[in-house]
Structure formats: C-alpha cells, structure tokens
Design a protein around this ligand. Sequence first.
Ligand code: GLC
Length: 621
Amino acid sequence: MQNTGFDSRLHRLEADLEEALAVVYPNQQDLDVWLTRLVDVARRAYEARPDTLKALDDRREKADLNWFQSEQMLGYMCYPDRFAGDFKGLKAKIPYLQDIGVTYLHLLSVLKARGGDSDGGFAIEDYLNTNANLGTIDELEALTADLRQAGISLCLDFVLNHTAKEHKWALRAAAGEKSYQDYYYMYPDRSIPDQQEPLLEQVFPATAPGNFTYVDACKKWVWTTFYPYQWDLNYHNPAVLVAMLEKLLVLANKGVEIFRLDAVIYIWKELGTPSRNLPQTHALLQVFRAVVSMAAPAVALKAEAVAGARHITKYFGSAGSRKRECQLAYHNAAMAALWDSLATGDVRPAAEMLQALPQKPEGTSWIYYARCHDDIGWGALRDRQGAGWGASEQHLNYLWRFYAGEVEGSFARGERFQQVPGEAYAGSNGTLASLAGFEAALDANDDEAMDLAMKRMILMHAVPMALDGIPLIYMGDEIALLNDYNYDKNPGGQDGRWLHRGAMPQDFEVINTPHAVAGRVMLAAIKQLVAARKAMPTLNARNPVHYLPVNNTHVLAFMRTAPEHEMLCLANFSGSEQAVDPEFIQSILGSHVLDKNPLDDNSIAEWKLGPYQCRWLFKKN
Ligand code: GLC
C-alpha cells in the first residue's frame, strides 16, 4: 500500500526524533512512551490539518522545500493594533504590503497575553486564543488564508520559554498542584536560586532584576528569566514538551507558516551552568523540527537566538540531513555590526566578525534586519572567544552613548536601555529614522542633514537586501517613523523599548509635511530596492556570502556567488565620497561589470561611492 505523506516522513524522521529525545532525557526510563506520544501528537495534527494546508505541504515538499530562501522573499513585522487596528484592518492593508513586495508578515502580540503589562505581548495566558482587541482566533485563521492568497506567509511568535503567571498551568501550580508545579522550575527556599543567580545573565537588570520570583500563594520561588510575571517552563518534564508541541501544531493548522521561537537560548536549564545555549537546547529544537516536519512540512521554524555571534549559526542545526533545527534565524550579530559601522564609519570590525563566522548550512536562511521591536543589544559584538575578534567594553559603551546622542557629533536620537546604576553596559532604543539622524535633521530644518539621514536609512535596508537571507522591514521604518516619546503612558511604559513601538500614521500618504514627504520618498526608494532584489536570482539565500577586504576602511564589500552570476556589493558607511581600487573590482568581476545599483541608473564611470551609497555590481559568468 502507498504510504501517506505522513508515514514516509515518519519513516525518515523517527530516528532523528528518537536520538534527540535521548539527549534531552537520558535518564527517562520510559523514553519509548514519550516517543510514541510525540509521534501521536504529530499524527493527530496531520490528520486534523485542513486540506488546503496539506496541499501547501505537498507543493512545498515536491518543488520548493526551501521556499524561504528565494530572492522573492521580503519580510515585514508589525504590531497589528499599531499598524492597522485589528485583523480586519490588517486585511485592508494587504494591498499596501503587496505594493512593497512583502511575502512574509510577522505579527507581534497576537496570542492572548495577560492583562496590563505583558512584555509587549510576550507573557501568554492562552496560546490558542487571540487578544480580544484584535479579533478572534477564527478571524486570525481567515486572515492567514487571505494573506496566503496574496502570496504572504504569516509568522507568529511562539513563546516557548515561559508562560504568563495567569496561564492555567501557572494558576494550578500556584494553587499547590504538584503536577503543575513540575511544569515550572519551583524551589521551596532560596538555596538553589542563590547558587544559580551568580551564574545567570540579567536580561532586564533595571526593570526586572534577578532570575527568581517568590510566589506567595504556594510559598515557592519560581524561575523567571524575564519579568516576574513570565514563568520559565520546565522542559525537563516531557509533558511540557508534548503540550507545547501540541499547541504549536494547532496554530500551524490555523495557517501559521513560520513560528518565531522566542528567546530560544534559554529553554533548557541545568543547575550549575549559565543555562544558555546548552546542548539539550539544541536537542530540544531537533525534537521540535522533527515533529513539525512530520505533521506540517510546509511550516518553517525561526530561531530568535540573541546570543554571541559564534552561537547563532548553531541554531540551524548541523549541515547534513540529520540534527536539523530551525530553517531560519535572526542574524543579530550582523544587525549590531551594521549599526557599529554606521556610528564609526569604519567597517573593519564588522567585516572581520562576519568573515569569521561559519557559512550557514544548506536549506536555511538568515533573517537580516536593521530594526525590530527590541533594543539593539551590543553583546553580540563582544563575543571574542576562540575567534580573535570582538569589540572591547569601551567600544560597546561608545556605541550606546553614540546612539543615545551623548557623543559629540552624533547624528542619533535614541535612548539607552536597561542600564543599571554603576554599570556601564546598556542597549540602544529608537526607530531607524531617529537613530539614523533624521529626527535631529528634521528638528533643525537642515536639508543637507536630512538628505544624509535618508541615505543612511536606505543603506541600512540595502545591505540586508543583498545578503543570504530574508530582509525584514520593521513597521514604520519604510516611511521614516520617528521615536514615540509618549511611550511611558503605555502599559509597560517603564520598558524603554516602547520608544520604537509607535503607531503607524494613517495619513502619511496624503499630508505634505516635510516628514510625510520624506516618508514617501523613503518608501519609493525601498520599493526600488525590493524590485531590484527580486530581479536577481543570485540573491537566493542558498548562494553563499563572502566578505572581501577592500583598500578602503569605510567600504563593506561582499560577494554573492551563484553558478550563472556573481554579484559584488559595495557599501560606503561614511558620509563622504569614497573611492575603491578599480583593480580590486576588476580582479573579482572582470572588466564587463553591470552596475545594478537600483537607486542610480548611471553606469559607473569611476569606482566611486557617494556618501552612504550601496552599489550592487553584477556579472554573468
Ligand atoms: C524576546 C522578545 C522580547 C521579549 C523576550 C521575552 O527576546 O523579542 O521582546 O521581551 O523575548 O519573551
């Protein structure tokens, strides 16, 4: 009898699943029982999967399993309420997204979060329902279908490290039910928390110091890496893994195509260790990948691994067909490195780091971005272990000061994030436009400064669009949205990241303030970049990136190489014109080079780059 798709995938993936489970639970007597439970979860999810999604699975399995690598991909992320009001409003915005060329939409803060402060929606009370102000889960399902129809895949956060303290498991744990207390890390007194605390990082040292919270109702301490109302889940208990996978697959069957696995570096805790990036974390992700691939192969997992640069590639898993983890991962190190280059005008540290990182494995894509809803964390640049590169503490302190506008000559208007009195280290908040100098230029009514700021904003989009992954636009950056200085009036307004989570103006297309006009120019420039990207198959993420040393410290240079084409990207991170040695370019591309700079049709007479200019040079092999 012909195997169903599920059975053949089970046959292919079961050994992976078993092997990964054995790493996570080496002492579990009844591993077979859990293996059977997980396969059962996958099978039931597959059986419940709507036909249209099974058809998508088939299409992608047959022809396009690496669909997310295509140069046609363009991501956009937003808070639905701040972008469009609710799910209905979002449907009405589909033409806007299509017009930009978006094929992947990441909606933040959709699943039912606790009331009041919820860490921007990352404290989930109910994974299978949506926030009431947006609409119902059925409306979300309908929206995924409308988006798919328009060629857009929906991405949602799957917050798997913790639940809200109002989640029903947490309520039952607090009420004293032992079996639910085992869903979390709970301790009767401070002895374990006191031993652990010095080993752990503080994610929010200013607004949520410490990693453990006292729960009065049950007189226990619970592990809380983030805010005290976010209780870390205990994956040492296989029941947690099974229950979370079940929820993820219900959402996959509603039509979610990409899951952003939130705060993934923390999901496994081991006493006596810093409990970040542990081998079991990777094995757990292998379990997630195997189960999801069995039940819903069209779905991709995306790692939000905010870790040192040397760690992030590992979240793809290994290069072969075994031990696979996420298909997608944020390149937070590249993001921070681009901002570093923009502040100093010197690309050498960025190039050195990016060059030193391993190529990602086949069948994967990076997510490249300039801004997102979080702060710019500079920690990724500090990671020097074993690599011979890495920024000094002094330099990192320079960077957040620069972006807080505290350095003489800085163009930026941002704010420092989570700095503890007496300690130097901080992150940086602010929108792309405010950090890139547009806000200050607008206030000063300085046309020249505005022009330079626009060029910086375009550069910060142009480089991600030429790299080996999906470029992601953060809501409002495409129209030069400025910081929201009223953020402290929002729920959770003590958390400075709300500075760059302002609402999208609904009237920018029709009003004629200098800001709105500049916003429209920016949007037009981005559309041109997107169109140029989509016309270049060389930019498919399967084609590797090679960073090249150039004889100019302001110019980041990298090659994209495909069998039929080669592309050289040159990006000037300084505010003045820069020359590039013609021999360097000719040695790489030969003399018949086409200038594919989408923002400048002139052919290159001289090998020069204007202030903050990015050029894409192209050659047919
Ligand atoms: C991720 C989110 C961030 C949130 C944290 C805890 O890093 O991007 O916004 O605060 O996880 O859920």
